[in-house]
Every structure is written in C-alpha cells, then in structure tokens.
Design a protein around this ligand. Structure first.
Ligand SMILES: [Cu+2]
Length: 143
C-alpha cells in the first residue's frame, strides 16, 4: 500500500471540484460542409452553468488542419470575417455560434467532414477545462 502526501491528494480534489463547477455545456453542434475543399464552418451553443465568466479560447479536431475562432460581420453589403482570440460566456449565460456571427473555421477539411457524419471537436476554455462534443456534419444547405 502506498501512502500519498496529504497535500497532493488535497490538490487533486481541489482541481476536480474546480473543473466540475465550471463545466461549460455544448449543444446544437454542427458543421456546414462545402464542396471543393472550401473551409467548413462550425456552429454550436455554449452554456455556462457556473458562477464565473469562462471564455472559449480554442478548438481542435483531427478532421481539420486548423480550427479557428472567427466572427462574421457585414459592412455596406460586404461580408467579411475576422479572427477572434476568445469568446466570453457570462455566468449563467449562453453564447450562440451561428451563421452570420461567431463560428469555428475548419481549414483543410479532411474526408471526415462529410454530410451525415459526426466529428469530435475539442473546445478549450480559459479556466483550463476542455470539452469534446460531436458535431453533426450537414451539407451546404444546412441539412
Ligand atoms: Cu470564418
């Protein structure tokens, strides 16, 4: 039998409690696959059940060479998008990634990005937690 120093056990318990309290919930996750190897966009809703603000700081999936945080906007009828470093979810609040606004941009989609399939995407947060959710792949019409 091994005896662990109390401080290590206590530290692990603290970490577990912290991660649990701040766990962000992901729902309605999907990816729009486009023809001709064009970048695919990922959409979802984040809900923060915790009591502190948590920011989405990054995302990754084996199905894309890179998964970037983007925000679409329209100025004078011209659509454009920009990189964003993080997206904050307020305590008790939700943030929706949807066409025309925030989205994940999947560069170099692999054949796994195929309508009808599901791909695992890991979302990383400012509190050090990470959540992996299955994104349903839909076609260009969002079906
Ligand atoms: Cu984009």
């Amino acid at each position: 039998m091994r005896v662990y120093p109390v401080s290590i056990v206590f530290g692990a318990l603290l970490l577990a409690a912290k991660a649990h309290a701040a766990q962000i919930q992901v729902s309605e996750a999907w990816i729009r696959a486009l023809p001709s190897h064009l970048p695919a966009a990922g959409y979802f809703t984040l809900r923060n059940p915790g009591t502190a603000a948590v920011a989405l700081t990054g995302a990754e999936t084996p199905a894309c060479s890179m998964l970037m945080l983007h925000k679409s906007s329209e100025t004078g009828g011209m659509g454009s998008m920009e990189d964003v470093a993080s997206v904050t979810v307020p305590p008790g609040g939700t943030v929706t990634f949807a066409p025309g606004g925030y989205h994940l941009m999947c560069m170099d989609p692999t054949p796994a990005i195929k309508p009808g399939a599901g791909v695992a995407v890991t979302l990383r947060f400012s509190d050090g937690s990470a959540t992996t959710a299955t994104f349903a792949v839909k076609n260009a019409q969002g079906k």
